[in-house]
Ligand binder design. Structure first.
Ligand code: TYD
Ligand code: MG
Length: 455
């Protein structure tokens, strides 16, 4: 037998190199190369070749439409993120920091799935069956005999059990603990991850089962990041949240069966995760009233408008390069808007430190919050509070013009629902009929917006 070649493999993206590298030339990860045996390509392919070698092209008109439409789980926040529910035969990756609540969330999902009488399989490589039972009891997820627990790390045993049980849903918790005995590499290495995921992919695609792979994301990269798996699966979900904060956000970053803009919001309690159906209330809960630098913006997350408090602190800097520290908003966006404020409104921000924070750990990625960001900075700089019943919705252009944004009706409706009376919006959208109890003030420029809110 030919000797296997030894090489180095990036544990973040799977790139191979003949020598150890401090930084991956492909994905830029630091210190991610570990020594491993190279896999001969042909062997890989032979092992993974799907058995249906007789596949033929079919005219597209003759293909039966996919009956694998979304099957709602019954947890509305999860269903929303998935685009309506689980799709049979799909592979989902659920990533997140250790301890964020992935196992908790998935147990609650499994408990819902089995209420319909379908079988489900929870494969755990991290906890004992008794630990899983204890947690399930705490969550009220231990009432159905249809939920099966398997403590196993070897892939062939897992596949055998899937075949025997024929579950509607299988969860692998976590993918990093599973290994394929055919490969010499250690569990959690890129080679193993890819191998395990590929075999699970073929098992899933050939069935009506939905499979969820749970993966840890660690900053240090001691375990291979699930990034290599992202292009193999149908859906990539991330479960995020600040440590010490009880709120968690489930986000789709890839979804072959739905939008990637939807988020689901949960609250971690003593008895598991509770769905938060009105997240705006939370994001506004601790808002200081009549404090300079605090505004409310209304970003759309998918189809859902959220009301989020945005805070700015602008204060004189002693540094040659004043700080721009921004959480929840893009730094480049803030720099751009600060430049517009400087040029158009004449606010001298060049020697000021600027700190911006979106409350509740939310990430605001769309330009509709520009007007709010600008107003927050001006409010803090001038030390003038903005009326707490006002929301600001609009994109700001480089010449200081205020532009229309999509989904204005939904945003206004959500703001009105939470008791806001006044919205500052682009003049081009001022013709929209505002919801009851809400007054819309259309503005064309930043100056007009500032005079409308008394800045
Ligand atoms: P877990 O689901 O084990 O996280 P992961 O699988 O992502 O590593 O959840 C870990 C944390 O959640 C743990 O620190 C305790 C907390 N927790 C609660 O606050 N309430 C609960 O009911 C449960 C089950 C966990
Ligand atoms: Mg876990």
């Amino acid at each position: 037998m030919a000797r296997r070649k030894i090489g180095f493999v990036c544990q973040s993206c799977g790139t191979q190199a003949p020598k150890w590298l401090g930084r991956c030339t492909d994905c830029g990860a630091w210190n991610s190369y570990i020594e491993s045996e190279e896999q001969p390509r042909e062997m890989d392919q032979r092992r993974f070749l799907p058995s249906d070698a007789a596949a033929r092209p079919i005219p597209i008109t003759e293909i039966a439409p996919d009956d694998g439409a979304h099957q709602p789980i019954g947890l509305s926040e999860v269903d929303r993120v998935l685009g309506g529910g689980l799709v049979p035969g799909s592979l989902i990756l659920l990533g997140g920091d250790p301890g964020i609540g992935k196992s908790t969330l998935i147990l609650q999902v499994l408990a819902k799935v089995v209420t319909s009488g379908a079988r489900a399989l929870y494969v755990t490589g991290e906890e004992s069956a008794a630990q899983v039972r204890a947690r399930a009891t705490r969550l009220g997820a231990d009432e159905s005999q249809h939920l099966h627990v398997l403590t196993e790390n070897a892939l062939d045993a897992i596949l055998r059990n899937i075949k025997a049980l024929q579950p509607a849903m299988t969860v692998i918790d976590s993918i990093q603990t599973v290994y394929s005995p055919d490969l010499p590499a250690a569990p959690g290495t890129v080679g193993q991850l890819r191998d395990v995921a590929t075999q699970l992919l073929y098992t899933t695609k050939g069935s009506r089962m939905a499979t969820v792979l749970i993966g840890h994301v660690t900053k240090e990269g001691t375990l291979a990041g699930p990034r290599v798996l992202e292009h193999m699966v149908d859906t990539v979900l991330y479960f995020e949240g600040e440590r010490g904060d009880q709120y968690r956000i489930l986000r789709a970053v890839k979804n072959r069966f739905g939008s990637t803009n939807e988020i689901g919001v949960f609250e971690m309690s003593g008895t598991g995760l509770r769905e938060v159906t009105n997240p705006s209330q939370i994001f506004l809960a601790e808002r200081p009233i009549n404090a300079a630098g605090s505004v409310v913006v209304v970003p759309l997350e998918g189809t859902r408008p959220l009301l989020v408090e945005l805070q700015a602190l602008v204060s004189h800097s002693g540094l040659a390069n004043p700080r721009r520290t921004v959480i929840g908003v893009e730094t480049s966006r803030v720099s751009l808007l600060a430049a517009v404020l400087d040029k158009v409104v004449g606010l001298q921000l060049a020697d000021q430190d600027i700190f911006i924070n979106a409350a509740g750990g939310i990430k605001i990625a769309e330009p509709a919050s520009d007007l709010g960001i600008v107003a927050a900075m001006a409010s803090s700089f001038r030390n003038i509070p903005i009326n707490p019943a006002t929301v600001l919705i609009g994109e700001v252009g480089l010449t200081g013009e205020v532009r229309a944004v999509a989904g204005m009706e939904f945003r206004l409706a959500e703001a009105a629902k939470l008791g806001f009376h006044r919205a500052i919006i682009a003049a081009s959208q001022a013709h929209l009929t505002p919801p009851k109890g809400m007054e819309c003030h259309g503005v064309r420029t930043l100056e007009m917006a500032f005079s409308a809110i008394g800045l």
